[in-house]
Design a protein around this ligand. Structure first.
Ligand code: URA
Length: 191
């Protein structure tokens, strides 16, 4: 199978998933967006209302902020791949439960495998705890690099948290600068 066929098969399989109850209440599957050949993958929490309606991650207010954060470091959706811990909207935008994250995990792992990024950036506490380590403390450990299975991982504040608490934005900007620096270093080594 070609890579494109692999992606199509994965999306199709994921659309039929009923591994947790979220598949019953969602409008659309929110599988992923961006460049599946990118060296950089962003992982969020789960779809909100707009994402659920459109089937695309980060298209609501948090997504608008994410787009401008990416722009600050000369990135956009054509240069990153974006996915979420869970692919179906948790009702009323509640946090996805551990059992829901667990049920959805295999899809995310297969996305990571197919993208094979050098850098993974977790957006917020839930993704950082799910992907980097289960006791991750976002206020203390955001912006730090972790190396796991040959990939570099970092977490920053979730754009929704930055909308709620703009006083965190300067710290998030520092994280983005650290990301930009790392991307440049990777590029000097491999581009
Ligand atoms: N928040 C997320 O974590 N993911 C989205 O796709 C939208 C909002």
């Amino acid at each position: 199978m070609s890579t494109k066929e692999n992606w199509e098969a994965l999306r199709r399989e994921c659309a039929g998933c009923r591994g947790c109850p979220l598949g019953e209440t969602r409008t659309k599957l929110v599988f992923g967006d961006g460049n599946p050949e990118s060296e950089i993958m962003l992982i969020g929490e789960g779809p909100g209302e707009q994402e659920d309606l459109q089937g695309i991650p980060f298209v609501g207010p948090a997504g608008k902020l994410l787009d401008s954060m990416l722009q600050m470091i000369d990135l956009d959706r054509s240069r990153v791949y974006i996915a979420n811990m869970v692919k179906c909207r948790p009702p009323h935008n509640r946090d996805p439960q551990p059992s829901e994250q667990q049920a959805c995990r295999a899809w995310l792992d297969r996305q990571i495998e197919l993208v094979d990024p050098k850098i993974i950036v977790c957006l917020g506490r839930i993704a950082a705890m799910g992907v980097i380590k289960d006791d991750f403390r976002i206020t203390r450990e955001h912006g730090q690099w972790f190396t796991l299975n040959g990939r570099m991982y970092m977490a920053t504040f979730h754009p929704s948290a930055l909308l709620r608490d703009p006083s965190r934005r300067p710290e998030a900007f520092m994280d983005l600068r650290a990301l930009r620096k790392e991307i440049r270093e990777i590029c000097t080594r491999t581009c």
